[in-house]
Design a protein around this ligand. Structure first.
Ligand SMILES: C[S@@+](CC[C@H](N)C(=O)[O-])C[C@H]1O[C@@H](n2cnc3c(N)ncnc32)[C@H](O)[C@@H]1O
Length: 276
């Protein structure tokens, strides 16, 4: 463990934690187990696998891609380099959707998750509200396969998957109660300078110049499909609250548009509540 920690220290601020997580993954035991069994020897196969993972981590490969899963809300999701690693901030979007949906129990509702990636939003909402119909859309076929895998593993049966650009794949008469989206929102030039862009798919990060290209396009497509009284929930970058609010009001001038902060007090979710 000490050697692994040393190997990770130059590149990771959480070297010891990383080493523990990877070791617990290799021996298939919770990290707490390691404290009581620090003397347990590894098999030669486990030693080799652990060493390989430490090598990968030492060049920056995210832990979630090494272990193949990441916890989000109440569940563990499979992740591969084809999908964005779920972020805890996105749980705010789930909470906001839950609050809204709880007031509509018993109604037959349609939810669309645009840019589903690993499927965390679609699958979480499908599991929390088994009576709703969820449509999960992504432009990346590889991401959609991971989302389908997660839905299957976690037993979410009320999801339909669609490959396509934003809402373009929906039939023109398809009506939606709730549109939820964590679309790429990082400014293109800034993205190229970020460590995450070395590992996570650019398709999941690149929001174009200014970062709001996809959010703007989605807002413009939304009126065709959103029912009167419907809600849009958008995850945004910390500096995009006012700009997104403005874009939403251009498309939905009578809507109630709110900016919600995350636990760090940063703008994170824009909600667009349209009129009945
Ligand atoms: C920031 S990731 C979010 C993934 C997941 N929803 C989450 O919260 O972890 C954005 C996702 O949007 C998808 N995407 C990018 N452009 C898209 C488009 N034009 N239409 C549909 N999906 C798109 C990407 O492939 C990626 O999976």
């Amino acid at each position: 463990m000490a050697t692994a920690r040393q190997r990770l220290t130059p590149t990771s601020e959480t070297a010891l934690l990383d080493a523990r997580l990877l070791l617990s993954f290799v021996i298939d035991q919770p990290t707490a187990w390691l404290y009581a069994h620090s003397d347990s020897p590894l098999t030669s196969e486990q030693t080799e696998t652990f060493s390989h993972l430490i090598d990968q981590r030492s060049i920056g490969m995210p832990i979630a891609y090494l272990t193949g899963t990441r916890g989000f809300y109440h569940w563990d999701f499979v992740v591969t380099p084809d999908v964005l690693i779920p972020r805890p901030e996105t749980e705010h979007l789930i909470e906001a959707a839950q609050t809204w949906l709880k007031n509509r129990q018993g109604e037959k509702l349609n939810i669309v998750d645009v840019g589903t990636g690993s499927g965390i939003i679609a699958v979480s909402l499908a599991l929390l509200f088994p009576q709703v119909s969820v449509t999960a859309i992504d432009v990346s076929p590889a991401a959609l396969e991971i989302a389908k895998l997660n839905a299957g593993r976690l037993g979410a049966e009320n999801i339909e998957f669609r490959h396509g650009n934003l809402l373009n794949s929906l039939p023109s008469d398809f009506q939606v109660d709730l549109i939820a989206a964590n679309l790429p929102y990082i400014d293109h030039d800034e993205m190229l300078t970020l460590e995450v862009a070395k590992w996570e798919p650019h398709l999941a990060l690149d929001g174009g110049i200014g970062g709001l290209d996809l959010i703007r396009d989605l807002l413009h497509q939304a009126p065709v499909h959103l029912k009167p009284g419907g809600l849009i929930l958008l995850e945004i970058g910390a500096d995009q609250g006012e700009a997104t609010q403005q874009l939403a009001l251009e498309v939905f001038p009578n809507a109630v548009v709110k900016i919600q902060q995350d636990l760090a007090g940063l703008d994170r979710i824009v909600s667009v509540q349209t009129l009945e």
